[in-house]
Write a protein that binds this ligand. Sequence first.
Ligand SMILES: C[S@@+](CC[C@H](N)C(=O)[O-])C[C@H]1O[C@@H](n2cnc3c(N)ncnc32)[C@H](O)[C@@H]1O
Length: 253
Amino acid sequence: MNKSDLLFYDAYEAFYKMAGESEAFRLFCKEAFGEDFSQDGFSNVAQIERILQYVPEKEDVHILDIGCGNGKMLGFLQCKTNAYIHGFDYSAEAIKTAQALFTERAEFREGIIGEIEYPAEAFDVIVSMDTMYFAKDMTAFVAQVKRWLKPGGVFFAGYQEGDVVPKTENAHTTMFAEALRLNDMCYEVTDITEETYELLKTKREAALKYQKEFAKEGHDEWFDMLIGQTDCATEPVEQFKEKMGRYLYVVRK
Ligand SMILES: C[S@@+](CC[C@H](N)C(=O)[O-])C[C@H]1O[C@@H](n2cnc3c(N)ncnc32)[C@H](O)[C@@H]1O
């Protein structure tokens, strides 16, 4: 498959190239999200810390991140738990950085959702933040994730509606929730839409704080992108909630 035909492929290559070289973006991420994970999504450190409670306290714990970008989020989880970290992403640029940054107990692969394969029952925890909607067949992909999880393992997913996929009524009506039901997977879900509204405000303030640094680096277009991504947080929260939803799913095998 020609990767450039996949949704946003070229944009993500450019994004991870910028993330690899921009000090302004590093400063922005730290300010906006509490940690620099080169986020393109909406995950701050508090959301990622919620994952820690699902990582078993034993030797040889394996965590997989689907849509891992340049691996910094996994690096954070490894620092806290000493787990083996595994990640895949279709971005060659992101995976090159991840492989250079994390060399111990780490495996990063270039791969496309729905095409890449892992052994059955390989992972204690599988994480996917803001990536599931790139699956062409979400039900089939959830079946694959279920196969990759060890019995008793946890799938932790951040899922947003209103940008890549349309907003549905609530956390139980999303395409992802439907795919979980079709795969007989039980889940708990937390609606973090209001928290996300506040996060987007913080994200906008952080971008404005580093506007000059982005400009000095010739990265104005990325500053503009961050402002564009946060326009929705300038509306009243009720209006925001009509258009957007964000949920954290904890799924057990
Ligand atoms: C919204 S970003 C989220 C990145 C990261 N998980 C985060 O929370 O910041 C989506 C990620 O999925 C990757 N991606 C998009 N479509 C993909 C596909 N079809 N297969 C594999 N990775 C994909 C992108 O390169 C990007 O890293």
